[in-house]
Design a protein around this ligand. Structure first.
Ligand code: NAP
Length: 233
């Protein structure tokens, strides 16, 4: 049995490419997740210990979680090493860098660039407290589920889920007089439109965090190929 650690479009595409002959695991972090085909389990495993226990009966694990989901990837690497379970990382490439983008290591560093701006925050609902101390800026915050407190004093919240078109992203930014876009280097076509729509606005991009050294493929096709090879071993 193949365990896919999911929560991304790539994970859903992989489950489909495997004709649902897999179990996809979701964190249970969003209230109404898009479900993949095949079996689905929802909720944390209980750290490395719990995941290692779950792996009995699992032939291979594909860590197809989001590039910014650090903890589950570290847990997967540790649990697979402990149990001798093959582990493959499926990770979409980051955005192709464009001239003028400001690259930062984390959300606090991104927040430091927002003074005096009307900033569109598309970094997800986690970590928004980094922007709370910034009182001389206005924020348009967009996420799928409501974020927790604290949020910046001057903001408007949009609860929405992509994909978005370049036209709708441009219209949104114009409507709110946005001067700056803040994004994670998530990569992927689903989140590309805002970058195309940003035009001359300042774009601040949060770099991907470091990850465990695990064999990595960047496409679903390559993952299927690699798993096929493993199945034949
Ligand atoms: P995280 O910080 O890496 O993980 C926190 C804990 O959540 C893990 O220790 C694990 O709990 C549980 N968990 C995470 N992913 C899981 C999965 N696929 N199946 C079962 N348990 C999981 O993760 P996160 O950044 O909060 O992201 C949570 C999920 O949302 C991930 O699956 C990710 O793919 C998706 N996502 C994240 C982002 C982002 O920007 N971080 C964006 C889009 C989607 P236990 O230790 O109890 O096992």
């Amino acid at each position: 049995m193949i365990l896919i650690l999911g929560g991304t479009g790539e994970a859903r595409a992989l489950a489909a490419a495997l004709d649902g002959r897999c179990v996809t695991s979701l964190a249970g972090a969003v209230s109404n997740p898009r479900l993949p085909v095949g079996e689905v389990r929802i909720g944390g495993f209980g750290g490395v210990e719990g995941l290692a226990e779950y792996l009995s009966g699992v032939d291979a694990v594909v860590d197809a979680t989001h590039p910014f989901a650090q903890q589950i990837s570290a847990n997967a690497a540790a649990a697979c090493e402990r149990t001798g379970t093959p582990l493959l990382r499926l990770e979409r490439p980051g955005f192709t860098p464009r001239p003028g983008w400001i690259w930062v290591d984390d959300l606090s560093a991104a927040a430091a660039h927002t003074h005096g701006q009307r900033a569109f925050l598309t970094t997800g609902r986690q970590g928004l407290e980094a922007f709370a101390p910034i009182h001389d800026a206005w924020f348009l915050i967009r996420c799928v589920d409501p974020p927790g407190d604290p949020l910046p004093r001057h903001h408007e919240l949009i609860l929405d889920r992509g994909p978005y078109s370049v036209e709708s992203e441009r219209a949104l930014m114009e409507r709110h007089n946005i001067t700056m876009l803040v994004t994670k280097d998530s990569g992927g076509a689903m989140t590309q439109a805002k970058l195309d729509a940003a035009g001359e606005r300042t774009v601040v991009v949060v770099r991907r965090p470091p990850r465990p050294g695990v064999e990595t493929v960047t496409s679903v096709e390559a993952a299927v190929h690699r798993l096929g090879y493993r199945r034949g071993v």
